[in-house]
Design a binder for this molecule. Sequence first.
Ligand code: ADP
Ligand code: MG
Length: 600
Amino acid sequence: MSNPIGATVIAQALQQLDVNIIFGLVGLPVTDIAEQAIDLGIRFIGFRNEQAASYAATAYGFLTGKPGVCLLVGGPGVIHGMAGIANASANAWPTLFLGGSSETSLWTKGGFQEMDAITLLTPHTKRAIRPHTNTADAITSAIHDAYRICWYGRPGPTFVDLPTDFIMTPVKSTKSISRPPVSALSKPIASFEVVAAATKLLKSATAPLVIIGKGAAYAQAEQPIRALINGSHLPFLPTPMGKGVVPDSHPLNTSSARSVALREADVVLLLGARLNWILHHAAAPKYRKDVKIIQVDISPEELGRSNSIGEPALSIFGDIGLVVDQLTTSLAGWKAFPSSSIHASTSNSTFAQKLSNSASKNETAAHKLASSPTQPGKPLTFERAFHIIKQTLHSISGPENGDVVYIGEGSQTMDISRSIFPLDHPRQKLDAGTYATMGVGLAYCIAAWSAYNLPRKTKKLVALEGDSALGFAAMEIETMHRHEMDVLVFCMNNSGIYSGDTADKADWEAKQQRLLNGSGSSKSRDRLKSSSLMHEARYEQLATMVGGRGIFVRTEQELESATREGYAEGRVTVVNVIIEPGNDKNMSFAWMDTKAKSKM
Ligand code: ADP
Ligand code: MG
């Protein structure tokens, strides 16, 4: 009997690693790997473009706390998948990428989809390797190593290059050393000295603040962090994907007083977040010049990284959950505020009062926009549409909303929806992330659906997609339907990127006509803007095209019933919500704190 082909060995290596799902797109030479994996009971989700497959694998790693796996063909497949490789690296999410490549005997001879992926990917991955020879042991070893490395330490992407002959021909030897399983690494605690120093610093603060990043969500540290906040009455601020680690509804949440919280805090406990653009590099005037930061991270390289404030006051190397347990014990009995709310009138802390005033003011303003009904004949605004979707979903799944997981992307859609949808559960929302990547949404839906609903359905996936964002990977609606994923997609359709082009349909059509005739002038009012997309395109037909449900919505009542029906649908549903185009009055990029220029 001849030896098994490499594809069999590769699939078995994945099975040994307890991989139960692969995201990818097949073609020569990797089809056999997918087929062998399916035969072993591993689920294979085949996408329509490697870019979406690669994004899905990264988010799966974040949600499950174990590496996501992505399978790509060589050359162009790896190039498309680089989108996910960069995304995994920027977000620090564990992802193993496997890529095919041309036959070793044809290297430099113009082989099929030939590309030196190792050289290309080495600077962008934690490790990019190729089995040194075509034996079961070398192939298994490479895959185990790459899996371990993407997961251990700070998570990120790794890559294994698999030449065609290593996949499609019998391996030279089946002899394989037995390997211990690659299980989760035991977690490090902090040294006692540094915990004591952090305790002292926190106790000395007049305006302490805990910042909760997506590292805390990835670390699944919600129980310890909730205990710390509840025990010490520390006010907290989540980053976009750190939301829900402590419920947004918690009275110590300072999200609606974000700028005041950052500007006034004198001691910040930073749990799993980098001091990058999302946190304004911890620079004045967004922060006090003398702010002291206690930084907790699993990545030693991140600790003490020089930012505008210079070195953080204290660097704590350790696992967030364990370090926070240590701090809770060490702070026992101490309270930042007498009451467990920033709104308590009994509080004699000026910090609490400033937070409370700012939160009340901002909440009132936001409530006003969301609660004013749409005038008859006028289009829906983003705020109003999100308010209706939220109210309807809450009325179905309860105010706690634990059955819904959200995906949000598109500049206006993501920014405006962020403050409207409260999240009470960790890992309940995915968005464009550290790399501000647009086009991840549908891929993330597939990842989240797989993470939460296999083998048993536990969550409804709701995507809030800008019309531009949806277009990056619209064909993945077919992937969802093929895999019977009952995702509810809202396309927030303002006919363009940002605020689109013009509110008026006749005006848009006249501009388009001038474009086609070549008779437009370069004056902006005479030509279609770069941000323009088709006026009121019928995106709901993406769903009906494959046998899903498509609903077109223009009014409040239509949106409410579409949300209700879409939630109950057992198949992929696209609700095309027509939003007022050409309106950039509310357009502020909260996370960059720059007002968009009107010409955008
Ligand atoms: P955000 O986008 O929410 O600001 P970042 O992605 O910038 O968050 O930061 C997440 C940080 O969390 C990374 O620096 C990462 O090394 C860290 N991290 C991930 N897992 C753990 C863990 N178990 N313990 C401590 N830090 C962690
Ligand atoms: Mg748009």
